[in-house]
Design a protein around this ligand. Structure first.
Ligand SMILES: Cc1cc2nc3c(=O)[nH]c(=O)nc-3n(C[C@H](O)[C@H](O)[C@H](O)COP(=O)(O)O)c2cc1C
Length: 194
């Protein structure tokens, strides 16, 4: 899938590389992503499971160079430094209530995570990468993007684009630019009662 060094990842041999070769680069190349590819990536998100099939996710993304800068300005400065080269910047919102009865949907953020992973894996299949961004301007994101805080919770931002070489990053970021390791399986999975 890529020439990146995954040597510090140790998946069991039968885990598909789609899962263990996904990672979040900060080095992005300023290339235009075709509308067809963007549609494909966000369409993949539609097929995620959700509580009551509520599909509470809302992805709001930059659409052209002019609004890219507006989206970029909603990231913390430390994230703007690298995300400025992404093809697209987006934000993920979760609908707070169920449409069918108006009650609080306390699984909405969980469901948004599923949809995010779907679009991420589809992006990888299209030769692109995503990078989740929690460091954002939580106050201004609603007004700037014209999303109602009464109806939606902001979850995070993300960058989508074509990965670039580590050398394209400022020195301070170069050392972090590699796929990260993971906890051992028995740290995250308890089979039976301990
Ligand atoms: C919800 C979320 C928020 C994140 N926020 C940031 C962020 O603000 N800045 C950043 O550089 N990386 C951010 N990351 C990237 C994580 O640090 C990264 O996913 C994690 O270290 C695992 O590495 P990997 O995705 O390369 O496997 C975020 C990831 C997620 C899923």
């Amino acid at each position: 899938m890529s020439h990146t060094d995954f040597s510090n990842r140790n998946p069991l041999p039968e885990v598909n590389e789609l899962f263990h070769q996904r990672w979040s680069p900060r080095a992005f190349k300023k290339t235009t992503i075709s509308p067809q590819t963007i549609n494909t990536i966000f369409d993949a998100a539609r097929w995620a499971p959700s509580c009551f099939n509520a599909q509470p996710w809302l992805f709001v993304t930059s659409s052209n160079e002019k609004d890219f800068d507006i989206f970029l300005s909603l990231l913390n400065e430390s994230n703007q430094i690298w995300a400025k080269n992404a093809g697209l910047i987006g934000f993920i919102f979760a609908k707070k209530t169920f449409a069918h009865n108006g009650t609080d949907n306390n699984k909405a953020k969980f469901d948004c995570g599923s949809a995010w992973m779907s679009l991420t894996l589809q992006a990888n299949l299209n030769g692109l990468h995503t990078h989740g961004i929690g460091g954002i301007d939580y106050t201004n994101v609603y007004t700037t993007l014209n999303i109602s805080p009464a109806d939606y919770d902001i979850i995070c931002g993300f960058a989508l684009g074509e990965a670039d070489t580590v050398e394209s990053l400022p020195n301070a970021l170069q050392e972090k630019e590699k796929p990260s390791a993971r906890k051992a399986l028995d740290n995250i999975w308890q089979a039976g009662i301990r």
